[in-house]
Ligand binder design. Structure first.
Ligand SMILES: Cc1ncc(COP(=O)(O)O)c(C=O)c1O
Length: 404
């Protein structure tokens, strides 16, 4: 069954054929919708085309597809049972591992998706403070529930009424936002760096991170780091740990289990009491297989220094792309951490150059994204990145020829 046949069939039984952020129709031309398999840093679409994969399934695949240790841990748990009347022993082991790994974590609660974790973190903050308002950066993505959805279709304004926005990295803006709802702030929720789609990424200013911590303390509100996207690719201890800034609550998901479905909230002792008062649960939240996969993923990242491997591969990619862009007469910007990279073309406000280049990359076996950040994995070797750079070079050449 080809990609185009599957799209036609899907169109009849799935609204729009495909919806949400994985809808390939909204990327650049030529992107496949359906995939057959993945292995290491490669994926194959249903038409048999092979790609060196720099999206890593939009973040989850951090060690490479079908990583042997993760697969073995998941298979061993599956042989015993996955969805039982209660969690397996592995839930306790995983919580202990998170508490040992993450300095701001005295406890962990589990769920399935990043949205579950960000929502649950805000519930803990509200339960702790008895307040409603949440300060959130303008344009930040915290998930797809009505309170945080980027599209307003199917939601009501009241679901977002307690959000007060500020500009990322502006401490003055954050303080002004807080002043408008004095005495009512339950939480400040913030991503570890600005990784909004369609624009250059922005690392956090250390002064902003420290200022957000101090403001949360002054307000008696919780500082929530949404580490769903960046978690396990910057610092295993938490993405603001290098700045010496510790949150009260952290939301985790994506890379936590190398593609198995799991999310977590970790928090401090002070919030343990409020956390245990929540009614926040789901039929599949305590399934043991994803927990076993998470434990194996975090241990492997720790024991093999997976983040250093991603940094090496990401730096090689970044340097290679800068050199190629220059040689083809393009001025590009590469932003964000090298483990979560993105490239934009100067003067390309409508992204037409990015669209052309990413479609060309695809034809040359390199899967990147024109308007969303990419993800490195620990499976990207020097040889893989070198091979990918051959494809990106050909894509720059074709884009230059197209533009004249
Ligand atoms: C920063 C951030 N928070 C929350 C989410 C929501 O995660 P999920 O799609 O697993 O619900 C995402 C997803 O991309 C994210 O990037």
């Amino acid at each position: 069954m080809t990609d185009s046949e599957l799209r036609q069939r899907a169109d009849k039984v799935v609204p729009g054929g495909m919806y949400g952020h994985l809808n390939a129709a909204i990327f650049a031309p030529g992107y496949p919708q359906f995939f057959e398999r993945g292995d290491g840093c490669r994926q194959w679409d249903v038409d048999g085309r092979e790609y060196i994969d720099f999206m890593c399934s939009w973040g989850p695949v951090v060690l490479g597809h079908r990583h042997p240790e993760v697969e073995a841990a998941a298979a061993a748990q599956l042989a015993k049972g996955d969805c039982l009347n209660g969690p397996g022993a592995v839930m306790v082991e995983l919580a202990e591992l998170l508490v040992d790994t993450v300095p701001s974590a005295d406890w962990a609660m589990f769920s399935k998706n990043g949205t579950d974790a960000t929502t649950q973190a805000l519930m803990v903050a509200r339960a702790a403070t008895g307040r409603n308002k949440v300060l959130m950066a303008h344009g930040a993505y915290h998930g797809a529930d009505p309170w945080c959805t980027p599209s307003l279709a199917g939601t009501t304004p009241s679901e977002r009424a307690d959000l007060v926005e500020f500009a990322y990295n502006s401490l003055a803006g954050l303080e002004e936002a807080a002043a408008t709802v004095e005495g009512e702030v339950a939480a400040i929720i913030v991503t570890p760096f600005k990784h909004d789609s369609f624009e250059d990424q922005e690392l956090v200013e250390p002064e902003f991170a420290r200022g957000a911590r101090a403001l949360a303390d002054r307000l008696g509100a919780a500082l929530v780091i949404d580490d769903v996207r960046a978690g396990f690719r910057i610092d295993l201890r938490g993405s603001w740990e290098p700045y010496g800034v510790r949150p009260d609550l952290t939301a985790w998901s994506k890379a936590m289990a190398n593609g198995y479905p799991i999310a977590a909230v970790t928090g401090t002792d002070a919030l343990r009491g409020p956390a245990q008062t929540l009614y926040s649960t789901g039929s599949f939240w305590f399934s043991a297989v994803a927990m076993a996969a998470a434990k194996a993923t975090i241990e492997t990242l720790r024991d093999t220094n997976g983040i250093a491997a991603m940094e090496k591969a990401g730096s090689q990619l970044r340097e290679g792309l800068y050199a190629q862009a220059r040689s083809h007469g393009f001025t590009v910007k590469q932003t964000g951490p090298v483990t979560i990279p993105w490239l934009s073309f100067e003067g390309d406000a409508d992204l037409s150059v990015a669209m052309h280049w990413s479609s060309a990359c695809l034809r040359h076996g390199v899967y990147i994204h024109p308007w969303h950040n990419w993800f490195m994995s620990a499976a990207h070797t020097e040889a893989d990145v070198a091979r990918a750079l051959e494809g990106t070079d050909a894509a720059f050449a074709e884009t230059r020829a197209h533009l004249g």
